[in-house]
Design a protein around this ligand. Sequence first.
Ligand SMILES: Nc1ncnc2c1ncn2[C@@H]1O[C@H](COP(=O)(O)OP(=O)(O)OP(=O)(O)O)[C@@H](O)[C@H]1O
Ligand SMILES: [Mg+2]
Length: 232
Amino acid sequence: MDTPILSVRDVHKTYGSGQSRFEALKGVSFDVPEGQSVAIVGKSGSGKSTLMHLLALLDAPSGGSIALEGTDTRTLRGSRLNRTRNKTFGFVFQQFFLTPRASVLDNVILPLKIAGVGRAERKRRGMAALEQLELADKARNRAVDLSGGQKQRAVIARALVNNPRIIFADEPTGNLDSVTGAIVEDILFGLNREKGITLFVVTHDEELAARCDRRVYIRDGLLVEDSVAVAA
Ligand SMILES: Nc1ncnc2c1ncn2[C@@H]1O[C@H](COP(=O)(O)OP(=O)(O)OP(=O)(O)O)[C@@H](O)[C@H]1O
Ligand SMILES: [Mg+2]
């Protein structure tokens, strides 16, 4: 069998210490093959975003391990970690929102700038991503002036500009009306199907979760149900 794109083994995450110590993840294990779409589902405070941050290498587990295509991610540090994250992942997170006063294009090409891509190529790829998201006409607008759905599409344009292998989306449709939410969903699943991008979606929306290949249920820091039975 192919090496899973992500392999999670007995992952723990503890926040704080002493009185305020809190174990947000208590030993989570699962493997994800490349190209799968995975919904992470569970109540507020169950540990979904915590798990997503660990999978996206934005934070390190307190215990256990995460392998990215067989590479133990504990061996990735400093600039190598940053490069891996920037090259391999796309983020659709509310806390990584757009820089409000910068133009939509400048927001979208930020990952290319970090990767050291030249100016002309950045613009070409940034505009191509904006065209895919039907936002090319807004390239020069300030990000702050976009509507909510347009902002979310700009965030997706930024997430895909680097041709990532994995897209992480935390409540991608949470603040959108149902029509705009459906458009954003279709874009994400289109990228998953057509480009084989692995997709992780944290969501409270059951219909969105049902569209994913797999649903992983988190309760009180534990994986309590997995719609795909895997021998871990
Ligand atoms: N930086 C932190 N310091 C201390 N506790 C934290 C921190 N981040 C998260 N927690 C706690 O860990 C638990 C899990 O948080 P997490 O953000 O993963 O939940 P969630 O499942 O994403 O919830 P929601 O659906 O509300 O977004 C919560 O009890 C939260 O208060
Ligand atoms: Mg959350």
